[in-house]
Design a protein around this ligand. Structure first.
Ligand code: NDP
Ligand SMILES: O=C(O)C1=N[C@H](C(=O)O)C[C@H](O)C1
Length: 265
């Protein structure tokens, strides 16, 4: 069976990689794109993209209304991605969302909409299989070594901090770790932010530098020992196996799935 796909953000770093991946998959058909143009070149003039003989929409609602599609892939920005995903569910087109930076409330709202419509939806904070394994190993380690800090490092064009991966890692750690405040009870920051962001006592430090792609270390400490679980993405192709798997799996789902670990066999 052919899976008909819409992509939003086709000229972006991830979106352009997804366009190439979909074009190279025999069972996937790219049927439309949502692209705001943003005063830049037309999609057809972007050398790194394959020739696209499909409708390109600026208005997402018009795209969902007029396009016969099975799956919608969003790789845009947090605010826009949330609106796109809502609309896609309203039109019963299954979203696969890589866009990060959604709040917990937004994810819950999308889960409700997905269930009400019986339309599958997959939100993956990280599509790289290695990153998912890193999160799972961290979840296991936290059971035995509950003192943990997360360092995530990304390219300097990233809009959201902390990364979706870091937030998801903290959530997964909370599933096995007893709630605790870490560090000295009397510790004080002499420079605001020195101890990073904090959720349930877990500190998250976000680094942004040119040259980086997507990297994370989860550090655990116990008496006389530390353990580091680390993952690096060196290019955006690292995410594409996960996008492929998500497109196939969302076709079989009638509710929202949050995290690639829930579809890995
Ligand atoms: N889940 C995962 O594994 C991964 C997730 N991500 C996430 O994916 C998202 C995209 O990342 P990345 O590709 O690096 O970012 P880019 O900035 O390269 O791409 C984002 C694209 O979204 C487009 N866009 C912005 N606003 C709109 C709009 N109103 N309508 C249509 N398109 C719009 C931009 O268009 P324009 O060019 O005109 O500004 C741009 O092309 C981010 O949220 C990132 O965190 C990234 C990597 C992996
Ligand atoms: O913006 C990125 O690049 C990435 N964003 C995702 C996140 O916020 O975790 C996934 C990956 O880290 C790359």
């Amino acid at each position: 069976m052919q899976i008909k796909i819409i992509i939003a953000g086709p000229r972006g770093k991830m979106g352009s990689e997804a366009v190439r991946m979909v074009n190279n998959e025999d069972t996937f058909d790219l049927v439309a794109c949502i692209d705001r143009k943003n005063g830049g070149k037309a999609l057809k003039d972007i050398e790194s993209l394959p020739a696209l003989d499909i409708p390109i929409y600026e208005d997402p609602e018009q795209c969902f209304q007029e396009t016969d599609a099975d799956v919608f892939i969003d790789l845009t920005t947090p605010d826009v991605g949330f609106e796109h995903t809502k609309l896609s569910l309203l039109y019963d087109i299954r979203p696969v969302v890589g866009t990060s930076g959604f709040t917990q409330e937004q994810i819950e709202a999308l889960a409700d909409l997905s269930t009400t419509h019986g339309t599958g939806c997959l939100i993956a904070p990280n599509f790289a299989i290695g990153a998912v394994l890193m999160m799972q190993f961290a979840k296991t380690a936290a059971k035995y070594l509950p003192d943990v800090e997360i360092i995530e490092k990304h390219h300097d064009q990233k809009l959201d901090a902390p990364s979706g991966t870091a937030v998801k890692t903290a959530n997964m750690i909370q599933e096995t770790r007893q709630s605790k405040q870490q560090g000295h009870p009397d510790e004080k920051e002499t420079l605001n932010g020195a101890r990073g962001a904090e959720t349930d006592g877990i500190h998250i430090h976000s680094l942004r530098l040119p040259g980086l792609i997507a990297h994370q270390e989860v550090l655990f400490g116990g008496p006389g020992q530390t353990l580091t679980v680390k993952h690096d993405s060196y290019n955006r192709a690292s995410f594409m196996e996960g996008v492929k798997l998500s497109v196939n799996k969302v076709m079989e789902s009638d509710k929202l799935i949050y995290g690639l670990e829930n579809i890995l066999e």
